[in-house]
Design a protein around this ligand. Structure first.
Ligand code: ADP
Ligand code: MG
Length: 704
């Protein structure tokens, strides 16, 4: 507000539109991109998707057009070869007087094409001498429509920045000197100068790196610090020994040998659960990698140490399937296992409640119903959550409250989370990865097919059906319009029934009553139905080894990770399996490229990385639902993985040197520190009981 050329009105405007309230905010507002001043375009080289460009030439004549509010000034502009139209909607009088026909000017603006003629509205104009062309990089700052209307031009912010930088105000560095030196980072003073007025593209890059590093460093410092505080505080059950159930299961019941990766993860869990601290572990493993087995054996560790265990699944279908699998094993071990879901009858519920509180039930499998406060355990020692992103943060937190000593928590996900994202979102969690599939799996062949090849596609499906195989057909959920997605499901169902009149077709969708859904699923699981037409409700966990084909309609509507999950439903038996992505001919080049990633790899991590690169981390499946939205100003989790690793190492270094960074020191670090701009919603670490709120970049607090 006190800066020359601002004042209260503009100050408010800048704060509302760009979040610039202080000089520091202003300096930290980096240009969105840079224009190479040496590059001057010919009009004939322009194309519509270009951002701002420079064009040199002369104005031929100015014409006033329109009346009243629609008045505008229009000029013909030529670079000697082609013509362009330039228009202004305000400050018309000054402009008409300022520029003279015949003089050579340099125009900077965004080119547009209207009825075959190039045009530019409100370009920046300066005299141009081809013998002394401008040099260097020019920043282009964010500007909103409102700002533009209220008279803030692309020149305003650079002028303000200049004013501050020229004032020689002291810029205290926000990073400690040893860190600057160790990581060879530019000082804040230099970085801020370079970011606004780069002296070369090399210096600019170094400045950008420094600002990204700083942002990620403070983010990691917060996350790691909380992890440590929590680990200090939360004692966990000690599973002192591996007992008879575990050993009997391992030697007598286990129908196959564990993969190396399964063994490794079990060892990690074993170490955690005997340490005396509460375990909080994320288990990532591709679909079909055998997470359920790891979960079950972890639960046996709890049972052998006299404690109860539970396994939570996001859907009733999945919970039931887990229950059936576990029943088989538990029977042979003489353990008592029960299922609790929303549709469990009252009488059974009472029995379960009683069995849980008196400790008779050793293992409980269930859905959200388990989380209800009513459900109390005698002594819950291990909670496994399957497919974490369907469970909200708050729900996870409620599991903790079920005991005085919180249970060990194992969260399992088949959505591979790229390393950089995991480091940031789940910085407080231990991460285990099952990176090996059980032997004998044949990779699923994935193909992309267009509408024109539909009949041939159905013929191929027919051959598989004839060979006794089962087939999934998935249609997308159209979230904005449930009626529409239901209709597309029905249409697809009718079409499939017509093409395959001799087979039984089942169908499921999210809007069905649970009983109806179960009935339809059961038709398919039991093999009575050979084809299942479904929306994405089948996405998680359904296991039908005889199914060998997955047809995905309108594949372009799905995210890559989701497609990968769906594909995981086939290839579970010994036979060759196929995933057919159906789309229409008119998809864009980017969409085609995206879908081709699916046909080129079956590695979930490569797919997840690619997904993140194409959509940005904010869009990653799972991060939205879990309420984790990061709003980083400089860094990008998709592309700045290396800087993130350095920042994390640096943050760990600080914490190791100051094991008891207390609230006050951490505060003062933040105070000196830069913007860690997190979305105004809370950032909640996965474990759920810890929530940090960064109310603004200087002020943060623990909510609970
Ligand atoms: P997911 O990780 O997707 O949850 P599951 O736990 O459902 O995978 O396992 C998929 C299938 O692989 C199941 O039928 C399971 O019995 C089988 N399986 C798990 N581990 C092994 C193993 N080590 N060897 C052979 N088959 C295994
Ligand atoms: Mg599973």
């Amino acid at each position: 507000m006190y800066l020359k050329g601002v004042g209260p009105v503009r100050g408010k405007l800048l704060e509302d539109e760009l979040g610039i309230a202080t000089l520091r905010d202003l300096l930290y507002t980096a240009p969105r991109r840079y224009i190479d001043r040496r590059r001057v375009y010919r009009i004939s080289e322009l194309s519509e998707d270009m951002p701002d460009v420079q064009v040199a030439g002369r104005f031929l004549r100015f014409t006033h057009e329109g009346e009243g509010a629609r008045r505008r000034l229009s000029a013909l502009f030529t670079d000697g070869q082609s013509m362009m139209q330039v228009v202004w909607f305000n400050r018309i009088k000054q402009i008409a007087e300022a520029y003279t026909p015949g003089t050579t000017y340099l125009l900077l603006g965004k080119p547009g094409l209207f009825k075959g003629t190039w045009s530019m509205a409100h370009p920046e104009v300066e005299p141009y001498d081809p013998l002394k062309p401008p040099e260097g990089l020019r920043g282009v700052y964010p500007l909103t429509e409102t700002l533009r209307r209220r008279g803030i031009t692309p020149r305003t912010i650079p002028a303000l920045v200049h004013c501050v930088l020229a004032s020689r105000a002291r810029i205290n560095d926000s990073l400690p000197r040893p860190i600057l030196e160790k990581y060879k980072m530019m000082t804040l003073h230099d970085a801020l100068h370079q970011i606004h007025c780069p002296s070369s593209s090399g210096e600019l890059k170094a400045a950008q790196e420094r600002l990204k590093f700083e942002e990620l460093f403070y983010l990691q410092l917060h996350i790691l610090r909380y992890a440590r505080v929590r680990n200090r505080r939360l004692r966990g059950h000690v599973f002192s020994h591996v007992g008879t159930h575990f050993n009997t299961f391992y030697s007598d019941v286990l129908p196959f040998s564990l993969t190396g990766a399964q063994k490794r993860v079990l060892r990690e869990i074993r170490e955690d659960t005997r340490s005396g601290l509460q375990m909080n572990r994320l288990l990532q493993g591709d679909v079909g990698s055998g997470k359920t087995m790891v979960a079950f054996m972890s639960m046996l560790l709890a049972v052998d140490n006299g404690l109860q265990a539970c396994l939570l699944a996001p859907t009733e279908i999945l919970a039931t399937q887990h229950y059936e699998t576990l029943c088989e094993w538990c029977e042979q071990l003489g353990l008592s296992v029960r299922l609790l879901t929303g549709s469990t009858r009252l009488r059974a519920r009472r029995e379960i409640d009683e069995g849980l509180t008196n400790g008779d039930i050793q293992i409980l499998v269930g859905t959200h119903a388990v989380i209800e406060d009513r459900v109390q355990f005698h002594n819950l020692g291990m909670a496994v959550i399957d497919e974490q992103h369907r469970f909200g943060v708050a729900q996870r937190a409620r599991i903790w409250a079920k005991n005085n000593i919180p249970p060990h928590v194992l969260v399992m996900t088949a959505t591979p989370i790229p390393r950089t994202l995991a480091m940031t979102l789940y910085g407080d969690l231990q991460v285990s990865v099952i990176d090996e599939l059980p032997p004998g799996r044949k990779p699923v062949t994935t193909v992309l097919r267009y509408d024109s090849g539909r009949m041939a596609m159905w013929q191929g499906v027919g051959r598989e059906l004839k060979a006794g195989r089962q087939v999934y057909v998935v249609v997308p959920l159209i979230s904005e319009n449930e009626k529409l997605s239901l209709r597309s499901l029905e249409e697809c169902y009718d079409a499939v029934c017509e093409i395959f009149p001799h087979y039984t077709v089942a169908r499921v969708h999210g809007r069905m009553k649970p009983a109806e859904k179960d009935f339809q699923m059961q038709l398919f699981v039991s093999g009575k139905a050979q084809i299942l037409v479904a929306t994405t409700v089948i996405e998680v966990g359904v296991n039908v080894p005889n199914a060998s084909v997955m047809v995905i309609e309108n594949a372009e509507r799905f995210g890559l990770s989701q497609l990968h999950q769906l594909r995981g439903r086939v290839g579970r038996g010994a036979d060759k399996s196929y995933c057919i992505l159906m789309t229409h001919e008119k998809i864009s080049a980017t969409t085609r490229k995206r879908l081709e990633i699916m046909t080129s790899t079956t590695d979930g991590f490569i797919i997840a990385e690619a997904d993140m690169h194409m959509r940005g981390p904010g869009d990653m499946e799972g991060t939205q639902q879990s309420g984790l939205a990061l709003n980083l100003r400089h860094a990008s989790l998709a592309t700045d993985g290396q800087i993130l690793e350095l920042a994390r190492e640096a943050a760990e270094g600080v914490l190791n040197a100051n094991p008891v960074i207390d609230r006050r020191t951490a505060d003062s670090i933040t105070l000196k520190g830069p913007a860690i701009q997190l979305a105004d919603s809370d950032i909640a670490l996965l474990a759920g009981e810890l929530q940090l709120r960064f109310a603004n970049d200087r002020d943060w607090s623990i909510i609970s």
